[in-house]
Structure formats: structure tokens, C-alpha cells
Design a binder for this molecule. Sequence first.
Ligand code: G3P
Ligand code: CA
Length: 280
Amino acid sequence: MVFPLSVIAQFSYDLQGHRGSRGLMPENTIPAMIKAMDLGVMTLEMDLAVTKDGQVILSHEPFMNPVICLTPNRDEIPMDDHSHNIYQMTYAEVLAYDCGSKVHPGFPQQVKFFATKPLLRDVFEVAEKYAKDMGLPAPRYNIEIKSSPEGDGVYHPGVAEFSDLVVKLISELIGWERVNIQSFDLRVLKYIHEKYPEVPLAMLVENASRYQQDLDELGFVPEFYSPYFLALDKEIVESLHQKGMKVVPWTVNTKEQMERLLDLGVDGIITDYPNLAPKR
Ligand code: G3P
Ligand code: CA
């Protein structure tokens, strides 16, 4: 029997596209998600922010990042200026900023074009339709709630307010079969675990060697443990597996590191460059 190419799984592990495919397309945009899917990504990683009028959108920062965004007049934003605060703008105001045309010094291969910050609901709608139309497997979504840091001078909604809004929206739009929430913020993870036990959670951490302390502080076993990739070793991966977690390190941007981590037995890899992911 001949199968269409799209139904033959390319990867035996969970390949996750960081901010879609940040190495190749402007981050956290719909084209970045589409590109990721074209490259065989199974899980789309993204970050959330909330506008003044309560719209849940994709953005890594709670402000218009001067590195990637131009003002509505197409002016540069000074690098230390974090005053273009998304939480104090309506979504109509957010749409006037172009966060796709500036050359990103860290990701010079990105295709450049006028790109706005999308609504989460539009990302779901387009990604689901694209997968269906192209005969691709329906994607998973690894969705980060960025509620910290404290004291950065930028307004953030509270943990409960932000979490309730996001969980309610995702429950209405798509459910939890192919979605998990990730956060560095223990308060978010604990809040969602207690109030919405049906929501799969990923604990984001900086240093995998602290995993036992991390888990003790969290107080429950999440579905995913997601550390910065460098400190991971085989012993840690095995121990996390024994405790029942999947291990999905971030943000792994060279083929060599991806191979090393897959040899350790990680369950998935979050990368800006899904085009570099080893086929195995
Ligand atoms: O998913 C993990 C990774 O996205 C965390 O880092 O800063 O890119 O959101 P950051
Ligand atoms: Ca993230």
C-alpha cells in the first residue's frame, strides 16, 4: 500500500517549534506556525500576553520588544524602552505594530515581512485548518503563560486572572487533548493544577540539575519537565522518567545538541530551527 507522504511520521520524538519557527520566521506569528508544520513539527510552542480589552494574543514580552517591533509610524523603539505596554493597549492598537520587518540580530535567516501579533484563537483556527487541508497530523500546542517577572515596571494581570482567562478560552476553542500549559512561574502551575486538574502542565526551569528541589517546591508531578538543555544528563532523564514525566528541553538550536539529547532519551526537543531536527 502507498501512503501519502504526510501520514508517514518523520520524527519518533516530539519535535516542538519554538515560537513557531523563530530561526526562520518572525516569532510567535501565524507564518512561523505554518512553517513549523511544513517542517514536520508536531507541537507548536508559543507565549501569551493579554490586551487591555481582554484579548489573548501571542507575544513573548508584555511590551512591544524594541528588537523586533516597529511603532505604528514605523519608527524604531529605543532598546531600553519597554513603555509600549501590551496590557495597556487594545488589540486594535496592537495590530498597528509591525513585529516582522526588522532584521533580528540573533536570527538573521528569518524571512522578513509586515507581521502583527496574532490572537490565540486565530492561531488555532489557521493551524487546525492547515493541518486538515494538507493532510498533516493535527498539531499539539505547548502554550506558555508568562506572568512573571515581578517588579519589571510593566503591568501584568494577576496569576488567577491570567490563568482563568487562558484556560477558559482554550477549553472553549479546542480542549486539552492536544494542548498543555507551560510556565516558569510556580504560582501559575499550582493554581491551574488545583483549579483545573484536567489541564496538562509543563514545568519550565533553568537548571535541570536542581530537578528534585524544583519538584519538591512544586508539590506535584507535572506531565512534562522542561529544562534549559545544557545541564541535562542520562541520570536526570531516567530519574524524571521513573517519576512519570516526559522530558522536553529548550531551546536546542544545533544538530549536535539535538543528537546528544535524543541519545539521552529525551521525549521531545524545543527548537528555533526545526529544519535541523534529526530524522529518527
Ligand atoms: O518552552 C520553553 C521556552 O520557550 C522558554 O523560554 O524565554 O523562549 O519563553 P522562552
Ligand atoms: Ca516560551
